[in-house]
Structure formats: C-alpha cells, structure tokens
Design a protein around this ligand. Structure first.
Ligand code: SAH
Length: 289
C-alpha cells in the first residue's frame, strides 16, 4: 500500500492508526437473542471441520478487491450460497432493509475466522475470536445496522463509529452502508487481527483505532451513527456528546440481562431512548490492554 494521504477514500493499510491514543418504547419480540456462549459450544462440537486455506480466500465479493486468485471449482460458489442462506434467515427474523441484507451477503464472514471455525461462519451464532471475545451473531449485526440506518435521512450515513472492532467483521459490513467508518478496539492483538483480516479486502473507507472506545473518538466526531459491540451498564456520556443532532446510537445495555437500546440525539442537550429487544454481548470495559 502506498497511499500516504490522510483523506478518504484511503487504502486500509494507510489509514490504520498505530498510535495508542486513549484515549415511547418499540416492542420487538425477544426471540433473537445473541448468545456468545453458543460460540464455544459450537466450536467444541465442530472443531475439526474447518474450511481449507484456499476456501478462506475463494469468494469474489461485489465491491471488494479479490484478495487472491479465485479458486477454481465449487468452493467459492458454496460460500456464496451459504451466505445467501444466512441472509434469507436474517430476513426471516425480521430484518427488512435491503441495503443491509445486501451488505451481509457481500461480506465473506468466513474470512474473519480462524480456519477451524470457518465452516460455522454462516450459522446464526456468535463465535470465539480469542481473548474471551466473539464475532457477533449475524442477525444482531444486521439488526443494529438496520436500526442505525432508519434515521429519516433515507439511511444516509456519512460518518459512523463502531466500539469494539473485534475481528473486523461488522466494520466491513458497515463500510458498505456508510461513507466513513471508524472502529475502536481496546485489545491490541484484536486490533492487529482486524487489520490483518481487512487488509486483503482493501476497503477504502475504514479507519481502525486502538484505544478505549468508551471515550469515543473526539478528534473526528460528530458521528451520524454509533454502534457498540459490547455491553455496558449505561452508554458513556462521551459517546452521546459525539453524536450529530438526528444521529443514532445503537447499543446493548445491561449486565446479565441486556437489552438493545436505540438512542437518538434530538438537540444539543436532548436525547431520546427506546428499548428494542433482548440481546447478549461481551462486556464493555474501560482502558486498553
Ligand atoms: N464488532 C465485532 C464484535 C467484537 S466483540 C464483530 O464484528 O463481530 C466486542 C469487542 O468489543 C471485543 O473485541 C472487545 O475487546 C471490545 N471492547 C470492549 N470494550 C471496549 C472498549 N471500551 N473500547 C473498545 N473496544 C472494546
């Protein structure tokens, strides 16, 4: 990667920030609860049946650079087909936004997992990515982005912030619905993992940042949308302050019992909040490791 400019769009490798700056109630059925625990159970059940290395780099994705030469034969086709089936399930679970469903269909989720788990990439479960963290369940990824896009601006999102990059999967999905995506991760090796996972996809509009997402990203705020991929007991005020007026923040909130919350910024000093549905995420923690 050679691009040196700091303006969008940029090659991913050139925009990764290596510094460690730290820095009315809508009722939806709770049938779709994201469960990190299922990850480990599934891993134990299916441990040895991963895709081969060539599978991991097989599929061509609309809008993405092909990381490696296409693997001849049926594997990329299989991967595309199972991804289609995953999207059909997500639609059946209630996600209607066609742009979100298309983004979910475009991103090769299996490339964000270690080979031993790649065969499970398209089941509707969260899966382990190391460091006691998980890649989020596909349904909840789609649902949160759909809610964020339902902003009365025809879904236009200029700048969005994700707290909890993890392996980088949701950031990749977000890159297809927003002009600029900033994503913060507090665990250094996961920040590095996300860089490694995203680099071959050459997504021009993602910027990864290592730091404490509870502080937000004041340098580039305000954001039209903010998504938290980890649950706190409350949403940090710093994040509320970094929303645009009319902006939407979607976050899991709670301890053992968590709910998905939508917060809208109504004016400079006013926010409205709605509880959407039950969910289950890893905890939001302060500081960096
Ligand atoms: N977005 C990921 C989900 C990762 S799991 C996906 O695409 O599947 C949630 C992540 O949030 C974990 O990697 C965890 O380390 C991170 N996290 C928790 N608290 C954080 C904080 N204060 N700042 C940044 N990241 C945080």
């Amino acid at each position: 990667m050679t691009a040196k400019t700091k303006r969008f769009p940029l090659q991913l490798a050139s925009v990764v920030d290596k510094s460690s700056r730290t820095g009315h109630s809508e009722s939806v059925s709770s049938r779709n609860v994201a469960t990190p625990q299922t990850a480990t159970q599934n891993a134990a059940r299916n441990g040895g049946r991963g895709l081969s290395q060539s599978d991991r780099h097989g599929p061509t994705v609309a809008g993405y650079a092909q990381p490696h030469a296409a693997v001849p034969g049926s594997v990329p086709m299989i991967s595309a087909a199972v991804r289609k089936a995953m999207v059909a399930r997500i639609a059946k679970q209630g996600v209607k936004d066609a742009k979100v469903l298309a983004a979910m269909e475009a991103v090769p989720r299996h490339l964000f997992m270690e080979p031993a788990l790649a065969s499970q990439a398209y089941i509707d479960a969260s899966l382990p990515i190391g460091y006691h963290q998980t890649i989020s369940q596909p349904y909840i990824v789609a649902r949160m982005i759909e809610v964020m896009r339902d902003n009365g601006q025809a879904g236009v999102l200029n700048r969005v912030l994700e707290i909890g990059t993890g392996c980088g999967y949701q950031a990749a999905v977000l890159s297809l619905v927003a002009k600029e995506v900033y994503s913060i991760e507090r665990i250094k090796p996961l920040h590095e993992l996300a860089k490694t996972n995203l680099r071959p996809l050459r997504i021009a509009n993602i910027r990864l940042h290592y730091g404490d997402g509870m502080l937000g990203f004041p340098k580039v705020a305000p954001f039209d949308g903010i998504i938290l991929a980890a649950a706190g007991l409350e949403v940090p005020q710093a994040l509320l302050d970094q929303m645009t007026i009319g902006g939407r923040l979607v976050a899991p909130v709670g301890g053992r019992h968590q709910v998905l919350q939508l917060i809208e910024r109504v004016s400079k000093f006013e926010w409205s909040s709605r509880t959407l549905e039950d969910c289950h995420f890893v905890p939001l923690r302060s500081g960096t490791v």
